[in-house]
Write a protein that binds this ligand. Structure first.
Ligand SMILES: [Zn+2]
Ligand SMILES: [Zn+2]
Length: 323
């Protein structure tokens, strides 16, 4: 037998404290290189599936991820909390350059406008490229209108640049949709009914590839899209937790039907990761994320039951994974 595959499942509070002190994730059960801002890494900023947040220790936040590759910093999805979480990685918001939104569910773009506006108040003077489904431009324009008084005041009073002119919206389509420095970014339409403009994305540079599933049910093209990726970040759900979740949230069968049609059970994530031959797997968009009866053991058991035997990172907010 070789070494037991690494499982990265640190206690969230400990992990959050480390993040706040900028200490990275030393002391994990497997060795990782010391991480600096300049390293190629993926930071899971928010790992909770769905938009609502609840009391907890720690409070778990909706989806957002920072991919740092080839000197680029690319934020993928902008769920509530993304701005605070990006700063928590040590990033200065005036350096924001690239944002990708996978689909227009609020847990993936609610904080897009506040992120860019806050970056602007933090000194942003350079262009920000925002990539997302058709419809994202209308959201951004409406945000600008909603904040017009503040924005016009700050331009006149503080001499800030015109915020609208700094932001460039681009519509995502299948195939390569952006070259961000040396990072090629491509997309495949995933399976997230009733939304059809919903994408998995792949970021490639210097022979490394990171794939993010977005929100999706299992679908045929995903294994090929993720083939051999250095890291697959995939959403995950545990069915027995869903029953308790819908009972608690109180939207009953409608919510359950949506979750089952539009998301992926952890066992199927394990099947996909094994089939695609990915080098490491991270789970995010966890459903449920705050059920005391579902811990890291449950997530790991489900993924391993799907046949995946490689390194596994069970997402926590602030978890950084070296590439
Ligand atoms: Zn979502
Ligand atoms: Zn969604």
């Amino acid at each position: 037998m070789g070494a037991r595959p690494a499982v990265c499942a640190a206690d969230g509070r400990r992990d959050a404290r480390r993040q706040d002190r900028g200490l990275g994730r030393r002391g994990q059960p497997h060795a990782e290189p010391a991480l600096t801002v300049a390293s190629d890494r993926v930071t899971l900023l928010g790992t909770k599936g769905g938009p609502a947040i609840y009391p907890g220790a720690p409070v778990r936040m909706p989806t957002a991820t920072l991919v740092e590759m080839a000197g680029q910093r690319i934020a993928v999805d902008c769920g509530l909390g993304v701005t605070r979480a990006l700063v928590g990685t040590g990033m200065h918001l005036r350096d924001l350059t690239s944002v990708i939104v996978t689909h227009l569910h609020s847990d993936h773009y609610l904080e897009l406008g506040p992120l860019i506006h806050t970056a602007w108040t933090a000194g942003l003077k350079t262009p920000v490229a925002v990539y997302g489904p058709a419809g994202l431009a209308a959201c951004w324009e409406a945000f600008l209108r909603s904040m017009a008084f503040d924005i016009e005041t700050r331009i006149a009073d503080e001499g800030r640049p015109d915020l609208a002119g700094l932001v460039h919206l681009h519509t995502i389509g299948e195939g390569v949709f952006a070259e961000i420095g040396d990072v090629a970014v491509s997309a495949i339409r995933n399976a997230h009914p009733p939304i059809t403009d919903s994408y998995a994305v792949k970021l490639e540079a210097g022979g490394k590839a990171v794939v993010l599933s977005g929100d999706t049910a299992p679908f045929d093209g995903m294994a090929g899209f993720a083939r051999g990726a250095d890291l697959l970040v995939h959403e995950a759900m545990i069915a027995e937790g869903v029953d308790r979740l819908v009972a608690r949230v109180g939207n009953g069968e409608r919510l359950k039907a949506h979750l089952e049609a539009s998301h992926t059970e952890a066992v199927d994530v394990g099947r996909l990761a094994a089939k695609a031959g990915v080098r490491a797997l991270a789970l995010n968009h966890l459903i449920p994320v705050d059920d005391p009866a579902i811990g890291n053991d449950n997530w790991e058991r489900a993924v391993r039951a799907g046949g995946y035997e490689g390194p596994l990172h069970i997402g926590q907010d602030g978890m950084a994974i070296g590439l």
